[in-house]
Design a protein around this ligand. Structure first.
Ligand code: AMP
Length: 601
């Protein structure tokens, strides 16, 4: 039902689509109009709430909760700095170390430390704050896309493995925690947020069964689907790939009204058996759409009423935009929010804009935010004696880049998130940010993030296998190849054999691929093993002299010969083409690396 708005929304002077959206839109206005005072209040609440923690006591704030005292006394930290405290909490120390409130669980980040997911302590009340941010998304979307209450959302949502820390606290990804919470499981009916996927399918830990059931429901309700999505672009591409591989089985189930026996989860079987009816016409339709090689527009062909795709395509996910455009014939791509395990940050107030124009408005009520100016030429943290210059949320400048620092209600103080953001403008007094990149990430296909040191470590591990053949790697670089589905890491190697007759065999080079994978972090290995969202790592051996040609190319484009360093990752088309044209042999991991939910450290 559409009603006369109580307020006109300054969000583009659009009218709220629905009476119940008014409150959310007013809340956004109130928070963004009072950005600085909200930030001051948030910091005050965090510091007074956590004043008796061991961590804050260490800095002797003397009961003060103002910004100047906080900035003068509390240091900016990384995860490595907090590791001893986090380890104590993980081991079962329940004293007030970082937070006065009990740590309810650890959220496992896709950022890693020593090869394992970082553990972010969180408290129960944080779920309310996250839920609040989620509750703002549809009121904003309804301003731009009408009638989303007339159909359903086909979202591919998954839970991942959970573990317990030695002290008995749960450790799991934030979305797994959210989908298992009552906020999600027993959410009240909202006509604007009706999913085709039943909770039973979303909550099934077996990826195949979960995906199969979600896809089957999406196909059965194909005419009702108004938006198709996943959290990240890579997840939606994985779902389309799944359809490509499994459409015959799915069509069979639809034709016969029976559920594939591979779907053994009793709760999925129970709920699917209620909704599955033989439908010969739909089965035929799916077969006609899916057979053949041409999958252009498959999303719009199967789900013809789709208005937009709801997926994050900013940051590392931008590499998937052409593939999504191909599958959807250029439907709008909506990036609705920006969040992390540490803290949910904000939302996109213009979600139907082009991917290249996406800006996120950080909501000042979510945490206390500071920014270090980021200039690649100037180190942000020059020395321990010279504290970095920090800027408050309301004081950042349009056009400048910053690294995000967060202080959370859960007890992280001045924590470096690792994201680089550029200010694009303001909504009221709240700045809006383009996501530029994550600090120190070289390669990423899905949620994996591999940095230069990890890649170097992986190459070194593989090198041990070359010793017998007296061969070394003269130079290497890498490339995230997303032309294949799933995408995979490609490592270009230029080899130097001391003994020309006795070079490494194909088999040894295949084993080198596996050795590299074994050395990569646990998020990478989990994507390879349980999600199949990354394909086998490939080594492409290039001709001798190829890296010199790469240098010549860079110099011809203006690089300084004195400062030239081999890039450890390449992405520019001409450079990848140059390397590919010099490939003498290609090698793949013969099997998936090892991965278990248990942490190695
Ligand atoms: P995690 O800690 O695994 O939850 O990952 C959080 C990180 O994912 C953030 O710090 C960002 O680097 C990235 N991220 C989250 N949302 C977005 C977004 N909308 N666009 C680009 N990157 C994002």
């Amino acid at each position: 039902m559409s009603v006369e708005p109580v307020v006109s929304s300054p969000l583009g002077r659009r009218r709220p689509a629905h009476e119940k959206d008014v409150e959310a839109l007013e809340f956004i206005e109130e928070m963004t109009r009072n950005c600085d005072s909200v930030q001051e209040r948030v910091l005050g609440e965090i510091l007074s709430g956590n004043s008796d923690t061991e961590y804050l006591q260490r800095f002797q704030l003397g009961g003060k909760t103002d910004r100047d005292t906080f900035k003068a006394k509390v240091p900016v930290v990384t995860y490595e700095d907090l590791k001893p405290e986090i380890q104590r909490i993980a081991n079962g120390d329940r004293s007030k170390i970082l937070s006065s409130r009990p740590i309810s669980e650890f959220l496992t980040s896709s950022g890693t430390s020593a090869g394992e997911r970082k553990l972010m302590p969180t408290i129960e009340e944080e779920w309310n704050r996250r839920q609040l941010l989620y509750s703002l998304l549809m009121p904003v979307m309804n301003l731009y896309v009408p009638d989303l209450d007339k159909g359903k959302a086909l979202y591919f949502l998954f839970v991942k493995a959970e573990t317990k820390t030695p002290g008995g606290l749960l450790a799991r990804p934030v979305l797994t925690g959210y989908y298992k919470s009552d906020h999600f499981k027993t959410r009240p009916y909202d006509p604007f947020n009706v999913y085709t996927s039943p909770n039973e399918a979303i909550l099934c830990p077996d990826t195949f069964q979960s995906m199969y059931a979600q896809m089957l429901c999406g196909l059965i309700m194909h005419h009702k689907v108004l938006r198709v999505g996943a959290v990240f672009a890579s997840g939606l591409i994985r779902a389309i790939r799944f359809l490509q591989v499994n459409w015959k089985l799915l069509a069979h189930d639809i034709e016969t009204g029976t559920l594939n026996p591979r779907i053994a989860d009793p709760s999925i079987r129970r709920c699917m058996e209620e909704s599955l009816r033989p439908d010969q016409g739909l089965a035929e339709f799916i077969r006609t759409q899916c057979e053949g090689e041409a999958w252009e527009g498959i999303i719009t062909r199967i789900w013809p009423n789709t208005k937009y795709l709801d997926v994050i395509v900013t940051g590392a996910m931008a590499q998937y935009i052409p593939t999504l455009d191909y599958y959807s014939r250029g439907l709008p791509l909506a990036c609705t929010m920006y969040a992390s395990s540490e803290c949910y940050f904000g939302l996109n107030l213009n979600p139907i804009c082009k991917p290249s124009e996406v800006s996120y408005t950080i909501m000042p009520n979510m945490g206390y935010f500071e920014f270090t100016p980021h200039d690649p030429q100037v180190p942000a943290y020059p020395s321990l004696d010279l504290p970095p210059r920090m800027v408050d949320l309301a004081n950042v400048e349009v056009g400048k880049e910053y690294e995000l620092i967060v202080t959370t209600y859960s007890g992280l103080c001045r924590y470096r998130v690792g994201d680089i953001l550029r200010v694009t403008g303001f909504h009221n007094s709240a700045p809006q940010f383009r996501f530029v990149r994550r600090r120190n990430v070289l390669l990423s296909i899905d949620s994996d993030k591999t940095d230069e040191a990890e890649l170097q470590g992986a190459v070194e591990r593989a090198l041990r296998l070359l010793r017998e053949s007296n061969t070394s790697v003269v130079e290497y670089t890498s490339y995230a190849d997303t032309a294949t589905i799933p995408g995979h890491y490609v490592i270009y190697w230029e080899l130097l054999g001391k003994d020309k007759e006795n070079g490494p065999s194909h088999e040894v080079l295949d084993q080198c691929c596996l050795a590299m994978e074994e050395s990569l972090n646990s998020v990478y290995r989990q994507c390879r093993v349980t999600d199949n969202s990354i394909g086998p790592l490939e080594i492409r051996v290039v001709k001798n002299g190829s890296f010199e040609e790469l240098m010549d190319y860079a110099i011809s484009r203006g690089a300084s010969i004195n400062q030239y360093k081999v890039p450890r990752c390449v992405s520019l088309g001409p450079i990848v083409e140059l390397l590919d044209s010099r490939v003498v042999s290609a090698h793949f991991s013969p099997r998936a690396p090892s991965w278990t939910p248990e942490r190695r450290h």
